[in-house]
Design a protein around this ligand. Structure first.
Ligand code: MN
Length: 228
């Protein structure tokens, strides 16, 4: 414990199939699974542990494991927490006028993403950059938020229920016709495919990033469009 910060260690143990010795070095890599065959017994994209590591790193922690094949695994992670978070948030100590000024200076980003975990990661990243943000879990919610608020930039998932990212973007661009407005829209695509960028631009987006991305990639693409 230092400087009002507290590091906690968590562990989760299972009695599952364990991890093969030859696989232990690759387990945190993206799109890697122990059983990579098409007839594999366990589903998934092989992103879970890569994402977990990203979250642990964002929280100034780390992640590691011990595992014996056919016996089970124990996964550990550490994360840093701010003690007394509410009291230490400086914005709460400012006078009302100052508060307004600060809020006006904060660039506001709308995150449109239906996956709860992806949403949490992007929120954590944007929070660490100091941006203000709001969350919408599908295109319809996003259009509602856009009616109520101005945003500097939108991070837009493609596959979503109700209204997908392409159709949402189309409606946003149609609504901008005849106005001076152009809100920057960055697509967040599920897998990097050849031609992703062209499709996104054709659909009215300004750029795209493919998931999973790390904080630096996100920050760089945001800074391409809005300067802090
Ligand atoms: Mn989605």
């Amino acid at each position: 414990m230092t400087n009002n910060k507290l590091t906690l260690e968590f562990s989760v143990q299972d009695t599952g199939i364990g991890i093969k010795e030859e696989f232990k070095n690759d387990i945190f890599k993206k799109f890697v699974q122990q059983d990579m065959t098409f007839t594999k017994k366990y589903e998934g994209t092989g992103l879970g542990l890569a994402i977990s590591r990203d979250i642990a790193k964002l929280m100034n922690g780390d992640i590691w494991f011990e595992s014996v094949e056919n016996k089970g695994s124990t996964f550990y992670f550490t994360a840093e927490f701010l003690l007394d978070y509410a009291k230490k948030t400086p914005i709460q100590n400012l006078e009302l006028e100052d508060k307004k000024a600060v809020i006006n200076n904060i660039k506001k980003i709308l995150i449109v993403e239906d996956n709860e975990i992806n949403m949490k990661i992007v929120c954590a990243m944007l929070g660490s950059f100091g941006y203000g943000f709001e969350c919408a879990y599908d295109g319809k919610q996003a259009l509602g938020k856009l009616k109520e608020n101005n945003f500097d930039l939108i991070l837009m998932d493609i596959q979503m229920p109700e209204l997908n990212g392409y159709d949402t973007t189309k409606i946003i661009r149609e609504n901008e016709v005849g106005t001076e407005k152009h809100v920057f829209i960055i697509a967040m695509t599920a897998y990097s495919m050849k031609g992703d960028r062209e499709i996104c631009i054709e659909m009215g987006m300004d750029d795209y990033i493919s998931k999973p991305f790390d904080a630096n990639i996100l920050k760089n693409i945001i800074l391409k469009f809005i300067s802090s």
